[in-house]
Design a protein around this ligand. Sequence first.
Ligand SMILES: [Zn+2]
Length: 278
Amino acid sequence: MKIHIVHSGYFKLDGGAMFGVVPFTMWKKLNPPDENHLCPWAMRSILIDTGDRKILVDTGMGDKQDAKFQSHFHPHGEESLMSSLKKLNLSPEDITDVFHTHLHFDHCGGSIVKNDDGSYALAFPNATYWSNQKHWDTAINPNARERASFLKENILPMEASGQLKMIPVEDNYEWLPGIKIRISNGHTEAMMMLQIETDQGTFLYAADLFPSKWHIPMPYVMAYDIRPLVTLEEKTKFLEEALANDYKIIFEHDPFTLAGSLKRNERGRIIFDQEVQV
Ligand SMILES: [Zn+2]
């Protein structure tokens, strides 16, 4: 089993929303904002090559939205989802599975393309598309807090294609040999992280529970999260487990650091140790 990093470009989000209750005077030193307090964030997908399956995990925001939408999020960077796959010698037709940690636009926008006639189609025509029923129900009937993140054009065409399948909502569910589903309910309903066994060790693709290395300390919880106190419990649980078992964490949104290891500091807190290769 091999994991390849698939860069889907960068976008910008309000630093206050990303760092939650942490004051501007502190977070501005970590990820320096522009004049509108927007910070750059990566959209970092992964490709899991099991030998017979090519599993793409999350797909960035895509490029089918109109100019007004794009102007809010400033997509930028040399790399795109498709150019990154091409570097791995993969065409869209080669992808067997598209796994969605959750259906916020910056995680699934690249899964659906818009045709010239305005209709929508799967970007990966031969792939099985994966979500879970509990999250799906939230995504198609969103609460007011998450409404702007769940875009119908990203979501409904998956179901219409007939290629959408649901994964059981069960923490530690072994989806495929060496790949476990880990459930988190703080950021959104039934987000699915992946725990992946490779020759280089165990990796946790942490989606929006640990979107960057800066989100490892407890106060750093995104303002987007629907249940921040649950996020705190889940962060504690996963950090203890990850440190005890030497998991490396892949950061989906960290603009600088792909993946890292953990250590305990002299005050007993679990902190980022160092960047690791995937
Ligand atoms: Zn999210």
